[in-house]
Design a protein around this ligand. Structure first.
Ligand code: FE2
Length: 423
């Protein structure tokens, strides 16, 4: 074999497993593999996971913090206005440089698949061309899936309808939308219908920013589910954000959840951004804004978490760390049981992999050998510590590694070294 990882703990609870890898694929996954390999890594009872997957990101805006100025109010709407100020100043080289720098950070964090929305409202389609080039360059080590996103409205922005088709023709993978930002509820619903028809005609997936508002009457998710069924797109559509569900009437939600489940529409929450941007018009109590994650999961809906933003007009923080995203989701969603924490780990790994349609993703023989060795014993500890990524492996090749994190203590009568993980 080319590589064997020994003494691994797996996310599903299996312990002390060896993972044999040959020709870029997992070939064996059992306790104590007898064969030898050209290279061996001793995981020493640490967690070995499939890579992290970010279901919702904006790579065209990332790492642009402060350009051309900072967001003073911190609101979603000032962020959109600020992005509008920055757009005329964008250059393709700067877009590519920032995106590649972000992908480097992502690899170091074991984040090897990202679905990024790309704004198509600029007639030059600079961001589209830049991210298609980035997708080509990172393809050997990172799966970048692009969504044609009409940030200023599919109907509301003058050339967005034409630009969206141009972007798809250039190779953008997924149809986006933003129905709650159209001029009226009726135009929002019409945009959902129109965009689903485009996706169905082209055999593409759909991922819309949907109801990213505190307005409980923003119910475009209902239309998205119904249109998914009408156009035969079951299992290929995601609703991103869905924050209005946080504020909806419980009776209405009791009808809505089964409809979403029936349609196979996936839900993508963005906990860091939702807790920061929603509830801005509230005094006290302030709403949290994140969609109803535990209830969606209980209804059988595929739920994933996205980072959404890192150092851009909407969010100053972040470092490509999907464990930080899951950590926030646990808190905002009060998902503190061991079972719920495990499902939050799924929401940054296997669930988004399914939503993106990633081929050969998984921890079974035959899957591509994409793996992350974490300085943690299990998914709970990985989220608790936002654990160090010791090895990141793509196709059986180590593409990033980091030393074990520990501190030297200078305390009489105490150990000389301390690690935060407790295997
Ligand atoms: Fe977004």
């Amino acid at each position: 074999m080319d590589l064997i990882l020994r003494h691994a703990n797996l996310p599903d609870g299996r312990r002390d497993i060896d993972i044999g890898i040959q020709d870029g694929r997992i070939v064996e996954l059992t306790p104590a593999i007898a064969a030898n390999a050209a290279k061996e890594i001793d995981a020493s009872g640490r967690l070995v996971s499939t890579p992290f997957v970010d279901a919702h990101f904006h790579m065209d805006a990332t790492l642009s913090l402060g350009l051309p100025r900072l967001n003073r109010s911190g609101t979603l709407l000032e962020g959109i206005a600020l992005w509008g100020e920055l757009k005329p100043q964008l250059t393709i080289d700067a877009l590519i440089e920032r995106a590649l720098r972000y992908c480097d950070m992502a690899v170091a964090r074991g984040l090897l698949a990202i679905r990024s929305h790309v704004d198509i409202c600029d007639d030059r389609l600079l961001a589209v061309d830049a991210l298609l080039e980035v997708k080509r360059q990172v393809q050997p080590y990172l799966d970048l899936q692009l969504v044609a996103f009409p940030q200023d409205g599919f109907y509301r922005s003058p050339n967005a309808q034409e630009n969206l088709i141009r972007a798809l023709n250039r190779g953008v993978d997924v149809v986006g939308g933003i129905p709650h930002f159209e001029r009226t509820m009726a135009e929002g619903a019409a945009s959902v219908r129109h965009l689903c028809e485009i996706a169905a005609a082209r055999g593409l997936r759909v991922d819309m920013h949907c109801d990213e508002t505190d307005d409980p009457n923003s119910r475009h998710i209902e239309t998205l589910a119904a249109e998914t069924l009408r156009t035969g797109l079951e299992g290929r559509v995601a609703g991103s954000h869905l924050t209005s569900m946080h504020s909806m009437d419980n009776y209405y939600v009791s009808k809505l959840l089964p409809l979403i489940a029936e349609s196979g529409v996936a839900a993508i929450a963005n906990p860091l951004i939702n807790i920061t941007l929603q509830g801005r018009h509230d005094s006290y109590p302030k709403r949290r804004g994140m969609t109803r994650v535990p209830e969606l999961m209980a209804a059988g809906v595929d739920v994933a978490f996205g980072h959404d933003c890192v150092m851009d007009p909407w969010y100053s923080f972040g470092s490509a760390d999907m464990l930080e995203v899951a950590h926030m989701a646990v808190h905002v969603g009060q998902m503190t049981s061991q079972d719920a924490i495990a499902r939050c780990f799924d929401a940054i790994t296997v669930n988004p992999a399914r939503i993106l349609g990633l081929a050969d993703y998984g921890l079974e023989p035959g899957c591509r050998a994409d793996l992350v060795v974490l300085q943690a014993a299990d998914p709970f500890e990985a989220i608790r510590l936002k654990a160090n990524r010791l090895f990141v492996i793509r196709g059986g090749v180590v593409i990033s590694e980091a030393p074990v994190q520990q501190s030297a203590l200078h305390l009489a009568g105490r150990p000389e070294r301390v690690e935060l993980s407790c295997p």
